[in-house]
Design a protein around this ligand. Sequence first.
Ligand SMILES: Nc1ncnc2c1ncn2[C@@H]1O[C@H](COP(=O)(O)OP(=O)(O)O)[C@@H](O)[C@H]1O
Ligand SMILES: [Mg+2]
Length: 251
Amino acid sequence: MLDLNDVCVTFYPNTSNERIALDHLSFHIDDGDFISVLGTNGAGKSTLLNAISGTLECDAGEIILDGQDITYAPEYKRARVIGRLFQDPMKGTAPHMTIEENLGLAYSRGKRTTLSKAIKKGDRKFFLEQLASLGLGLEERITTNVGLLSGGQRQALTLLMATIVTPKLLLLDEHTAALDPKTAKQVMDITERMVKEHHITTLMITHNMKQALEYGNKTIILNEGKIVKVLEGEERRQTSVDDLLNMYDFV
Ligand SMILES: Nc1ncnc2c1ncn2[C@@H]1O[C@H](COP(=O)(O)OP(=O)(O)O)[C@@H](O)[C@H]1O
Ligand SMILES: [Mg+2]
């Protein structure tokens, strides 16, 4: 599904500030994998997602998505098939547009049609159903400007926008870290449901070790731009948060 072959990213190369963010990183991700990504600050987690989404170009190596070499594909092209969420609920939605308009934009993504502000009747019905499925009452507020929503509501909406046209890949960069625990759990449960329902291959960065073990089918630990541990299957099931903390001590 996704292959990273020997991917390297270095910031400020050959200067005293040189930072190796991804160090010959290779990894294979299977179709439908939901992988949680752990690692200390500066381990290279966000850089990994930036390299995959095309926000930054790799210095070396290749990235193959679904059989296509996307190593040098521009970000806007990758965005048609890669959904992405960040920690900041303000990113990813247009605050001065309504819920419905935001969904309309997301829904037209990847389609070669001219943008039209008019939302078709059938589309509205579909949007209402999708919003209702979030269980946050947003279906009652489709003409509300997104800027007026709470952080959790915005993340849930961004998640819906990222998946309303099923992406090949979903990249989540600590997307619940800015939310209170109850809301974070709600957004995580919505995430899991969407990922399962549409069978979306997903990479999720988190600092929450419990969350990292609870959701998804694999966990990887990054350190200094390398994957130092892959947890899956029985080994992952037997791993506790304490075990993970001990692994951190090692790296
Ligand atoms: N835009 C950038 N310019 C310079 N250095 C960067 C940039 N982005 C990340 N880095 C450096 O690359 C390393 C990995 O960063 P990052 O991927 O953001 O780590 P993480 O998300 O795991 O906390 C760090 O040393 C960081 O300082
Ligand atoms: Mg980061």
